[in-house]
Design a protein around this ligand. Structure first.
Ligand SMILES: Cc1cc2nc3c(=O)[nH]c(=O)nc-3n(C[C@H](O)[C@H](O)[C@H](O)COP(=O)(O)OP(=O)(O)OC[C@H]3O[C@@H](n4cnc5c(N)ncnc54)[C@H](O)[C@@H]3O)c2cc1C
Length: 281
């Protein structure tokens, strides 16, 4: 299907982009286009303007900061994957990025586009929710920060106000944690039927800290906070893992769609959880 009619505008700088967004309500920024273009073609969206932000090189970077690693919104999956800082300091993100789409999608797709799209089955939102990352949004009146947990509001809905652009993602570095990302797909390169991101800090075999998040099984990334709270200080053994798996499976609210039924996804959550813990034990 052809997209609806829209006007195309290309920004040459961040200030120019923000000024345009401020003055034109029904505008969609175009980053990698890997979700926006299909959505236009399906006529799910019909913006008056497409604002191309691909020339904003000032939003394409990975750098270490005081609290962790800062990533510009226009950083592409390919650059995340080949970045040595992320590989060594945020291995969870590196591993998850390897599972996204195919080479074409990873060459074009950006982290800012992925989180702004907020597909409940998308990988990056799950990782950022597990890591308790911070999203920086900018507008002509300045910048504000939102925790990933609050940023994702529901399917394809985020805490982005009129005139704002996602400009940076700040990811904490988790020293002393083991991390694992696992995902079940119907076909290679597909979106997740279900996914899990786990970061765990062990003292001997006792859980000192844990961060556990799921994708594809709720209306937004699901952070298993209640389970996390209850297992701190406990011995990590098979019984505890089985208990965690069954609790999370009962707490999520998975959709039934062409990828799998709600019941099936709950079963997958159990298996994925057990596999993830096996890798870090
Ligand atoms: C074949 C295929 C397979 C895929 N497989 C996977 C997969 O396995 N896992 C996965 O997670 N994803 C997958 N995707 C989706 C992919 O990750 C997209 O790249 C991503 O969802 C969007 O990033 P983008 O840069 O292409 O954004 P775009 O498509 O350009 O934009 C997406 C949305 O975000 C908005 N936007 C973009 N940048 C910003 C910004 N800085 N601030 C505010 N709003 C912004 C746009 O206006 C639009 O609404 C797949 C896509 C395809 C086509």
């Amino acid at each position: 299907m052809y997209p609806p009619e829209f006007s195309y505008v290309r920004a040459e700088s961040l200030q120019e982009a923000l000024k345009f967004l401020e003055g034109n309500d029904n505008t969609r920024p175009l980053a990698g286009g890997q979700s926006l273009i299909p959505m236009l073609k399906l006529r799910v969206l019909s913006p008056d303007y497409i604002l191309d932000i691909n020339r904003l090189n000032e939003l394409n970077y990975v750098k270490t900061s005081l609290n962790g690693v800062s990533i510009g919104a226009l950083t592409r999956y390919h650059d995340i994957l080949s970045n040595d800082i992320l590989k060594s300091k945020v291995p969870l993100m590196h591993h998850a990025t390897r599972t996204i789409g195919d080479m074409q999608v990873r060459n074009m797709g950006t982290i800012g586009g992925a989180i702004s799209n907020a597909d409940p089955a998308s990988d990056m939102p799950v990782v950022l929710t597990a890591l308790n990352a911070t999203i920086i949004l900018s507008s002509v009146s300045g910048s504000r920060s939102v925790k990933a947990l609050d940023f994702f509001k529901g399917p394809f809905t985020t805490d982005t106000n009129k005139g704002e652009l996602v400009t940076q993602i700040e990811v904490p570095v988790l020293d002393g944690y083991k991390t694992v990302y696992k995902k079940v797909v119907r076909r290679a390169g597909d979106y997740a039927l279900a996914s899990v991101a786990l970061a765990i800090k062990l003292k001997g075999n006792e859980i000192e800290d844990i961060k556990l998040a799921y994708g594809g099984v709720h209306d937004k990334p699901f952070r298993a906070m209640e389970v996390e709270k209850n297992v701190i200080g406990k011995k990590l053994d098979d019984d505890l893992v089985k208990d965690i798996a069954s609790k999370v499976s009962s707490q999520v609210n998975p959709p039934s769609d062409h990828r799998g039924s709600s019941w099936y996804r709950r079963e997958v959550v159990k298996v994925l959880t057990m596999k993830a813990f096996k890798e870090v034990a």
